[in-house]
Design a protein around this ligand. Structure first.
Ligand code: ADP
Length: 170
């Protein structure tokens, strides 16, 4: 039977760190579904779900066994409904560990049939996060080498639109 894995996350936006994990996972499993969370608790996305899906799809066309889908609700439920038996998560610095360990235990509790596989971030991506990339882009910094070029362009465009739109005082 084909081994299907789900790689869940907000991917707001996808960085080269995410792409590195995805590429390596695509060599380990028959199929990998990148599951893009529509909403993530406590996070207000910069890119809409449609934008995030498009930006990812445009950059994974060279990976034939990878598909990209939006999801909401429990990751284990999404995995089960797609006949996936594995959840992939990337680990960067030690600071990721506690949160990921809690998440792993909860997912195990919810569905013991679905295994979580942790993959270590490539050394050049250990300190790379979507939030850091967004912050740099919003401050006008260069994100070359951190995200695929088309995502860098979208970040620059979205950031300059945000800067030119007067923000309401709260
Ligand atoms: P979430 O909101 O679920 O944390 P993210 O989009 O931030 O989603 O991350 C999705 C997954 O990718 C997580 O497992 C996260 O640890 C991993 N990840 C994030 N940044 C990197 C990186 N630079 N290298 C490798 N893995 C990463």
């Amino acid at each position: 039977m084909a081994k299907v894995a789900v790689y869940p996350g907000s991917f707001d936006p996808m960085t080269l760190g995410h792409l590195d994990i995805l590429t390596r996972a695509s060599k380990l499993f028959d199929r990998v579904i990148m599951a893009v969370a529509q909403q993530s608790s406590g996070k207000r996305p910069l890119f809409t779900i449609e934008e995030r899906l498009r930006l990812i799809r445009d950059n994974v066309t060279h990976l034939p066994n990878v598909s990209v889908e939006a999801f909401s609700g429990l990751t284990v439920a999404f995995a089960q409904s797609h006949q996936a038996s594995v959840i992939i998560r990337g680990l960067r610095a030690v600071s990721d560990f506690e949160y990921e360990f809690k998440m792993y235990q909860m997912n195990m509790h919810l569905n013991p049939e679905i295994e979580t596989v942790f993959m270590m971030a490539g050394p050049e991506y250990h300190f790379l996060s979507s939030s850091m990339v967004k912050e740099v882009a919003l401050l006008g910094g260069d994100v070359t080498g951190l995200v695929p070029p088309s995502i860098g362009e979208s970040l620059a465009k979205t950031s300059s639109q945000m800067l030119s739109t007067p923000q309401k005082d709260t």
